[in-house]
Write a protein that binds this ligand. Sequence first.
Ligand code: URA
Length: 185
Amino acid sequence: MVSLEELAAEARRCDACRLARGRTNVVFGSGDPAAPVMLVGEGPGRDEDLRGEPFVGRSGALLDRLIAEELGRDRSACYVANVVKCRPPGNRDPLPDEVEACRHFLERQVELVDARVVVTLGNFASRTLLGRSEGVTRLRGRAYPWRGRWLVPTFHPAAALRSGGEVTAGMRADFVRARRCLEPG
Ligand code: URA
């Protein structure tokens, strides 16, 4: 099996879909490659594309707060990645063929990081990894045994920023769920 660094190098050379043409940087992932928690978003936005790092904007600030307050750790003690590694133009949703072209990177990241719990942020990540068609509102509220680890679906932080208190409260409850999956026993 290749290392996470080799996989990142492969992603930086990737031109398997149209998103490669518009990117400034490939946003492969960041954080501790041996973290017990992995968080998965949808795809890079403008700021992430410019910096080459996931979740650097307002969504990222909210994510940092939830990780600190509910998981009791710093983001650098987690591993953070997205479903697609290149920015969809104008921040549109990734298209099905783009998700499929990029899927193998995320699948191999999940195996290499080997976190005890994977938190999926929003519809795209939750559907893509669980292989289900329901939206995150339906899927969230429980921890799923998944590929020898736990998967906890929750809302995307951008949805919490748009919709406010109730969505944020739901995310907090889901992060607490994720923290429980980290506890021994
Ligand atoms: N939204 C995402 O889903 N991922 C990012 O990296 C930034 C914003």
